[in-house]
Write a protein that binds this ligand. Structure first.
Ligand code: ADE
Length: 458
């Protein structure tokens, strides 16, 4: 991925980022950073790039011409996503970072003085982005924040095989305390459990520390954590049916948007999916009313919920059965060449399965959530983890079906989920007989309910 930064202070960008992990990724050509000095493009003598605003008022404005010429020098006739950093923009968050990470190239435009002539912004900017509700002296620090957050999602940048997918499975507890050598410093010893070599005990201790820290330092977060744990406990009585809600809550990505009696609606931020458990149409109607406007999809499990959504103009995407893997032991994987895929694999995936869901597959690739099976370096199948947490997207090339590639791929993804402490689950349409047989063969349990995915019609 290539970042072009249009700025009056290119050295700030280069020097600010080069000592970090981002700088290392630039050295290794995993990403590219191109800081362009807008001043190099002014037609004014003495390098002037600003002038007073028409209509009067304090301060100076950056003029349209040098900004436009710097932009054209980078973009030529190509259409490149161009972000203007401004406190008036949309608030930057992890979801936006993920979206930007799907681009091959992007331009970041840094303003100064009182801003930039509106006409050039209208001409070139695709996104107005703010890094927070405060005013900086220029866009450079904001551009660096965006580059750092986006670049670390590009496969290979974090180096040690860690992926954004893994890291995003935290919950909203504070970090536990960490210790390094020496074992005793200023008379203070490292807690003995950390030296025990017992991973289970270490994990338990770390969770306890996180919970305790959160309780004392962030009572607001702690209340949310407690409410969530209580809800997970209640849902676990009907685990086979409620696993998507439980997983979404346990991963810390689900926000409880409403409860009524034993019923609940949870919004999964990253995927824009609302999951609702409702035991009556009345409760369902109430919970639908409190779901956020931006929810794009719904996962529900009762006919009346499906009908309520259809009445509201939602489109049915899938009717499916739900399967879950409740054991902790990893499944055997017979096919030996399975690897995590990256954004570069998109063309191979499209060649394999056609053009459906191109944007979604690209987003999942960028999240490091897709795995491919290879035969002599040819991609012959893939599977992965959906944005909302389910295992799926299984596809195997026709000439490789029936010889265990699909089973290996699904097992491989299930094993990755187990490593991260999840209970793997997935959805299968009843008409897909081979996929149903595969779930049975791998030892997954089927839930009693039928599940419906519905989508907002644009
Ligand atoms: N430029 C000045 N302040 C900013 C902010 N808060 N976010 C993005 N760009 C900015």
């Amino acid at each position: 991925m290539k970042f072009h930064v249009l700025t009056l202070f290119p050295e700030m960008i280069v020097q600010g980022l080069s000592p970090s992990i981002i700088g290392k990724a630039v050295e290794k050509n995993i990403i590219a950073l191109d800081a362009v000095n807008i001043r190099d493009y002014t037609l004014e003598r003495h390098g002037k790039v600003d002038d007073a605003p028409y209509g009067g008022g304090a301060g100076m404005l950056m003029q349209a011409q040098p900004v436009y010429d710097a932009y054209r020098a980078v973009a030529g006739d190509r259409k490149i996503r161009t972000v203007y950093l401004t406190p008036q923009g949309r608030r930057f968050d992890q979801k936006m970072a993920r979206e930007f990470a799907g681009e091959k190239e992007m331009i970041l435009l840094c303003g100064h003085y009182e801003g930039i002539d509106e006409r050039v912004l209208e001409e070139i900017v695709t996104d107005y982005v703010s890094v927070g509700d405060y005013v900086l002296t220029g866009g450079e620090l904001a551009a660096m924040v965006v580059i750092d957050a986006v670049a670390r999602l590009v496969p290979g940048v974090l180096g040690n095989g860690a992926s954004a997918q893994e890291e995003s499975f935290h919950n909203d507890l504070l970090e536990y305390p960490q210790y390094s050598r020496p074992e005793v410093w200023m008379g203070k010893s490292v807690p003995s459990v950390l030296l025990s070599g017992n991973h289970k005990e270490v994990e338990k201790w770390r969770l306890e520390q996180s919970v305790e820290r959160t309780r004392t330092l962030r009572p607001d977060l702690y209340r949310r954590y407690e409410q969530r744990q209580r809800l997970i406990g209640r849902l676990s009585k009907d685990k086979r049916n409620q696993i998507p809600l439980m997983e979404c809550l346990a991963g810390g990505q689900g926000r409880i948007v409403g409860t009524v009696g034993e019923d609940v609606a949870v919004y999964h931020r990253e995927s824009g999916v609302c999951m609702i458990k409702a035991s009556s149409a009345e409760n369902g109607r109430y919970l639908l009313g409190v779901c956020p406007q931006e929810a794009r999809r719904y996962l529900v499990s009762r006919d009346f919920m499906r009908n309520l959504l259809l009445e509201r103009g939602y489109r049915e995407l899938l009717v499916c059965r739900q399967f879950l893997y409740t054991r902790k032991v990893p499944l055997p994987v017979r096919h030996k060449d399975i690897r995590r895929l990256d954004a570069e694999s998109l063309s191979c995936i499209i060649a394999l399965c056609g053009m459906q869901n191109r944007a979604y597959l690209k987003e999942r690739l960028c999240a490091g959530a897709l795995y491919g099976a290879f035969v002599e370096d040819r991609l012959v199948g893939f599977a992965g983890v959906h944005a909302a947490g389910g295992v799926g997207m299984l596809y195997v090339a026709e000439d490789f079906r029936g010889n265990g590639v699909g089973a290996s791929l699904e097992s491989y993804v299930i094993n990755r989920m187990l490593e991260r402490g999840h209970i793997p689950y997935g959805h299968v349409e009843p008409c897909r007989e081979a996929a149903l047989r595969l779930q049975e063969k791998l030892g997954l349990y089927q839930a009693g309910d039928t599940f419906y995915w519905l989508e907002k019609q644009e």
